[in-house]
Write a protein that binds this ligand. Structure first.
Ligand code: ZN
Length: 137
């Protein structure tokens, strides 16, 4: 039974490159981030309750999964969003994304339909003070 469970994007990614392109923890990959809060509101199949999930450091990886159990390779790439934010020193970022996965056979050999789940994403980052360019005295 478990062999036939659909892999999510994070599983597919984990197979080759586990976490933000390295096996290192969050602090190693993003040393400039003091704290991060990723709020995800998902709508669609398999969503539990209000669909809101909150992630902090080391509670997520390159991808955040979708909840649709029939969806293969589902979820969205949070890692690239965070990298863009860190590069631009962005403190808050909002976006809406469609699931990148599709409903298909186990292991994704056949594609039947795209996944209709959507994500509303809100990211807040506190940067470490020593790296702030606009320090107040
Ligand atoms: Zn999906």
């Amino acid at each position: 039974m478990s062999k036939n469970e659909r892999m999510k994007a994070s599983d597919v990614f984990r197979g080759t490159t586990p976490f933000f392109g390295t096996k290192a923890g969050f602090d190693t990959v993003f040393p400039e981030i003091e704290e991060i809060e990723v709020t995800v509101q998902e709508t669609g199949y398999g969503v539990i309750g209000d669909g809101i999930r909150v992630y902090r450091k080391n509670q997520f990886g390159e991808y955040i999964d979708c909840s649709n159990r029939r969806c293969y390779n589902g979820g969205f790439r949070i890692g690239s969003i965070i990298r863009d934010m860190v590069r631009d020193k962005t403190i808050e970022f909002n976006t809406s994304l469609d699931c990148k996965g599709y409903e298909g056979s186990p292991k994704g050999r056949k594609k039947y339909d795209s996944c209709d789940n959507t994500f509303t994403v809100h990211v807040k980052i506190n940067y470490k003070e020593s790296l702030n360019e606009n320090k107040t005295p």
